[in-house]
Write a protein that binds this ligand. Structure first.
Ligand code: ATP
Length: 629
């Protein structure tokens, strides 16, 4: 097997066809979907939605009235007498028909303008809700693959289809009212015309329904392939992966990956397209036959004397208008069902996100905790059953004014522990307390308010340099940017900003015209400045200096030492020289604290820490392991 073949995955292929949607099933499922969309419309734009509905009813009534008036015109024109006399007699009814058309045109325009306000309002509200729901959930939700997948689906497809679902609902109601208008008009003219109408519209209805079924089945079969195509094309067109793709010469690999999913998608589209062409061809034949049958039926009714010629003429017009409306109704109904699935996804996500939010605020966290203590803390990432816990049995204490360090190999649990101390994850066992009170009892917002956390991969806010630092506490009052400049100086970010063309106002994003990109270390200095600007009593630094040059690293540690006075500092780093002065060092191994003490105690213990320290020291003292030339 080639390497490429080994990298190919069986996870994406055409999906199983979704349930077939016949007319009966469509009508059974429509109320639930319609109800869901209506509920969202009612919250986003109730007034405009009512306007649309009332005007659509008025438009339907005008259609029915226009049909009756047309019959009146035909009656006058077909009455006995001279041509001039017939036209003169028909003039008042012609005026009524023209008036009805004008009225319908005006009403339809008003429907369209009220409708134009509904869809954007729904999109705006739904997007805002989704964004807020995503921001409010606990961090752990992002580690749950199911939740994450639902969120992506709701964001990428739910929002998009919600707008179209609103449009289709409006179309569906309009079409249903137009069909009802044609039916009513004909029933008033003569009830015997109703079966004639059915004869005329059924083939068209069959055709539209057949193509809508094909398109629905196509949509359900290609969900996964479409997602995969989007992922791959994003990889090939985004800025971040661009360098590595080129460095690894992975272009051909990506193109093959793309072809692997895009080809079956294309073939499926061709199959469906041909299926639709066939359905339309059959439909046209049937419609032709049905038109003949309609005329035959009308002729029979005329001969039997059941209807007058004028009524037969009006019936032909009614059949045409009802055929068009029925077609629109079936198409809109199917599309609404298709989009309804995504709308349900969206609603499911928002409900799920709300249930994952923090509970009602309880007591506030102490303004400046004096003692942070962990007792027998364990943690399992969501969905990780069958895998060992990320943390188990961790006991730890740190007091105001102290600095502790968390060290250990990659994957030993340091970052997880820091996030638990920060209240970002709730431990699955044990307890984290501040001044003797479990933080689970505290208002999570007030807990977060007391913490500064600088992480390994800080956010690169696509904003100005100033906003990048102020994001640490965006609502902090800082007249003259005094604190901002002080934080930048402490973090060594002042020199970075000084070199920018527009200083603090420089946009730091290459995605926008005039924007600039920084180096990894420069971004990190801004992140440290952001942490300093945040100014809180509990500082958690997770590898804050990893991408910094030696001079900047030294300066940052000096600043951290000054900042530490009176605060609680938790430091995570692999550079053991940086933790020598910590009040206590905790060495983690496979999620457990296996050694703890001061640097001197741990060195004297000759355990893992001493070994790691000796290895690092050796790298500085012995000749570098570069092969001799
Ligand atoms: N989001 C996550 N979902 C599931 N497991 C995770 C997640 N993040 C980390 N883990 C697992 O938890 C364990 C501890 O990870 P953690 O990031 O805390 O280690 P670390 O000591 O900070 O590592 P490093 O030194 O590489 O930063 C690892 O086995 C890792 O695979």
């Amino acid at each position: 097997m080639s390497d490429d073949a080994q990298m190919a995955s069986p996870y994406w292929s055409l999906d199983e066809a979704g349930g077939d949607i016949g007319l009966g099933r469509m009508f059974r499922r429509l109320p639930a979907t319609t109800g869901a969309v209506l509920a969202i419309i009612a919250r986003a734009a109730p007034r405009h939605a009512v306007t649309v509905l009332v005007l659509q009813i008025a438009s339907g009534a005008a259609t029915a009235f226009g049909l009756l008036a047309t019959a009146g015109v035909l009656e006058e024109l077909l009455a006995a007498g001279t041509a001039a006399g017939q036209v003169t007699a028909a003039l008042p009814m012609i005026a009524v028909v023209v008036g009805t058309y004008v009225l319908r045109g005006a009403v339809d325009t008003a429907v369209a303008s009220a409708h134009a306000r509904v869809t954007p309002a729904v999109r705006r509200m739904a997007e805002g809700e989704l964004f807020e729901a995503g921001l409010r959930v606990e961090l752990a939700a992002f580690d749950d693959a199911g939740f994450y997948d639902r969120m992506q689906r709701a964001r990428d497809r739910g929002l998009f289809h919600l707008g179209s679902a609103v449009d289709n609902l409006v179309e569906l109601i309009g079409a249903a009212l137009a069909v009802a208008a044609a039916l009513t008009g004909l029933a008033v003219l003569h009830p015997a015309l109703l079966p004639v109408l059915a004869l005329g519209v059924l083939p068209a209805g069959w055709t539209v329904q057949r193509s809508a079924r094909l398109s629905y089945a196509h949509m359900t079969r290609t969900v996964t392939l479409n997602r995969r195509v989007r992922m791959i094309t994003e990889l090939g067109t985004e800025r971040r992966p661009a360098a590595e793709i080129r460095a690894c010469q992975a272009q051909d690999f990506l193109l093959r990956e793309y072809a692997e999913v895009a080809d079956p998608l294309r073939d499926q589209e061709v199959r469906v397209g041909i299926g639709m062409v066939r359905a339309h061809a059959a439909g046209r034949v049937l419609t032709g036959l049905a038109t003949g049958a309609t005329f035959l039926a009308l002729a029979l009714l005329l001969r039997a004397g059941w209807i007058a010629p004028a009524v037969a003429g009006a019936a032909v017009m009614a059949v045409r208008s009802a055929t068009g409306a029925l077609g629109r109704l079936v198409v809109a109904g199917h599309q609404l069902l298709e989009q309804g699935m995504y709308v349900t996804d969206y609603q499911g996500f928002v409900a799920d996100a709300e249930s994952r939010g923090h509970g009602a605020p309880t007591r506030p966290a102490p303004a400046a905790p004096r003692l942070v203590a962990l007792r027998d803390v364990g943690f399992h990432y969501p969905g990780g059953s069958g895998t060992p816990p990320a943390l188990k049995g961790v006991d730890l204490e740190v007091r105001a004014g102290q600095t502790i360090a968390l060290v250990g190999e990659n994957g030993s649990g340091k970052t997880t522990l820091a996030k638990i101390i920060a209240g970002l994850y709730t431990p699955t066992a044990g307890q984290v307390s501040w001044d003797g009170v479990d933080i689970a009892e505290m208002d999570p917002r007030s807990v977060a308010d007391r913490i500064v956390m600088v992480l390994q991969e800080p956010i690169r806010w696509p904003h100005t340099a100033r906003a990048n630092v102020r994001a640490g506490r965006h609502d902090r009052d800082d007249p003259g940017d005094v604190a901002l400049r002080e934080a930048a100086e402490l973090a060594g970010a002042d020199t970075v900003v000084a070199a920018l063309p527009l200083g603090w106002q420089t946009l730091l994003s290459k995605y926008f015209r005039g924007g600039l990109e920084l180096s990894g270390g420069q971004w990190q200095r801004l992140a440290v400045a952001r942490g300093v600007f945040r100014d809180a009593p509990l500082l958690i630094w997770d590898e804050p200096t990893a991408p910094l040059d030696a001079k900047a690293e030294f300066a940052v540690y000096e600043s951290l030492r000054r900042l530490a006075a009176g605060r609680i500092v938790i430091l995570i780093t692999h550079r053991l020289a940086s933790v020598r002065n910590s009040d206590r060092i905790y060495l983690l191994h496979q999620g457990e604290v296996v050694e703890e003490g001061t640097h001197d105690q741990l060195i004297a213990g000759s355990g893992r820490y001493a070994e790691m320290y000796a290895l690092q020291a050796q790298m500085y003292t012995e000749s570098p392991a570069v092969p001799a030339r």
